[in-house]
Design a protein around this ligand. Sequence first.
Ligand code: GRG
Length: 298
Amino acid sequence: MTDKTEFTAALTTNAEAVTAVLDALLKESDGHENRVIEAMRYVALAGGKRVRPFLVTASAELFGVDRGRALRAAAAVEMVHCYSLVHDDLPAMDDDDLRRGKPTCHIAFDEATAILAGDALLTYAFEVLGDAATHDDASVRADLVVALAQASGQAGMVGGQMIDLYAEDHEFDVPEITRLQRMKTGALIAVSCDMGAILGKASDQARHALRAYAHDVGLAFQIADDLLDVEGDEAEVGKKTGKDANAGKATFVSLLGVERAHEQAEMLSDQAREHLKVFGAEADPLRELSVFVVHRRS
Ligand code: GRG
């Protein structure tokens, strides 16, 4: 494996490539609808670690997928992620005014525009996947669309968000929190790997290994997120911290304690790499990512 700085450089290079694709896809218009496009661009081009796009491209690389195609799929996943952040930040949900170190979309624009920008990012993601430029095989495109839809909707991220709202005034234990987080955060992380496998028409064995890896990385990522809420520096994290404790929310950290949460994240990260044993050095970027997610500071 490469060292930490080299990995961070690779993550940045990939993030820049995805941003360039998003920039090209999100074309401005000279019509009165341009305000929503401006809001979409504000959100989608605003930075972020681009972990999900990295998972798409690194998984796709295992199967020799054309990089341009992988980047389109990566951009689609990032659009869904960005939509979820915009809607999550709205007053009706988490009511946040800072995201990625900048005013949230509804603060920079207005609530109605933020709702529309989220809606448009979500739908555009599927348009991009359905376009022949993403893959010349229509069945691959259909599989990508179904996989991302399942991960994003009621059985995945939206369902997880619903449970999260329910959990605000109900007692949750570790298995319940685990299911919530698998849906809310884990589903999009898992589908990012799966989309690489779909693009590359991977064998069942490879696809299973990637799924198992993504499952563990997703949970490790979430535990790290909960830890950042407790231990992170607001300026570095780019959003408000201490929110979970203030809201009295059950998280992995509130249930396990800080020390055990760190141990659990490390254990999941190790386990994630175990699942990659079916691959050789070509899976090193995924191995490095599993280390990065638990040591990240934002
Ligand atoms: C509103 C449908 C809907 C869903 C919202 C993903 C989500 C569900 C809410 C985001 C709130 C949150 C803090 C979730 C915990 C983990 C998470 C998704 C963190 C943000 O993802 P990062 O760290 O962000 O990858 P960047 O900015 O790096 O892209």
